[in-house]
Design a protein around this ligand. Sequence first.
Ligand SMILES: [Zn+2]
Length: 287
Amino acid sequence: MLVNAKEMLTKAKAGKYAVGQFNINNLEWTKAVLETAQELNSPVILGVSAGAGKYMCGFKTVAAMVDAMVDSLGITVPVALHLDHGTYEDCYKCIEAGFSSIMFDGSHYPIEENIAKTKELIDVCAQKGLSLEAEVGSIGGEEDGVVGMGECADPDECKMIADLGVTMLAAGIGNIHGKYPENWAGLSFETLDAIQQKTGDMPLVLHGGTGIPEDMIKKAISLGVAKINVNTECQISFAAAVRKYVEEGKDLQGKGFDPRKLLAPGTQAIKDTVKEKMELFGSVGKA
Ligand SMILES: [Zn+2]
């Protein structure tokens, strides 16, 4: 059964570790993340972007697949199914489809409208038992065609949004989506610390986990980050493993063309990446 992310993140924040959000793209991806979470006895959040949702035939299909898979694989660790960077409209679609958590990304609205829509969605989520993530300050890089500059969020604005009753808060601290450029300035721990001081127990979310050095991840967790989003890193390891299989000519040997064989190394690579992240984030054994 799917759960919302509130309890797992409250525990993570109190216990100074973080729960990974791993974005899924297909059946193999979902299976790899769920099996790894179960093997490591770790709570987990499955992230679904609008683009990935569309690719997987819509949010209803995704929710039905994840729900059935949790049951079929005998997954007993807490699993949240979360809409990543949701528009106002997609938030309602996911609530309807059976997701257990949503992120409303109202960062492109004027602050008053962002607040009004966030409040409305908080009420709907409270009635239906979902958790809600809000974002303050845009997160840099590109995600589904939306490009941000990686600014640092205003701690006072963070407090204002946190006080509306959101479950978790994503705040820009210089992090960006996708691969980090050579001249990246690093995370702003000064900003993160100021945000944590203003928002207290609120679990903070770090987007763009791919390529942030391990010591920065650990420091961010020590300063209140309780959820870290991982997307690109699984894609890179999946692609490298499938590339290796094909380059070694294995698809041409025997029944190596069988999709179950062709995608197996990529699926294993996702599992390895997820394991590495769960160990780094400290969520192993915390289910
Ligand atoms: Zn993000």
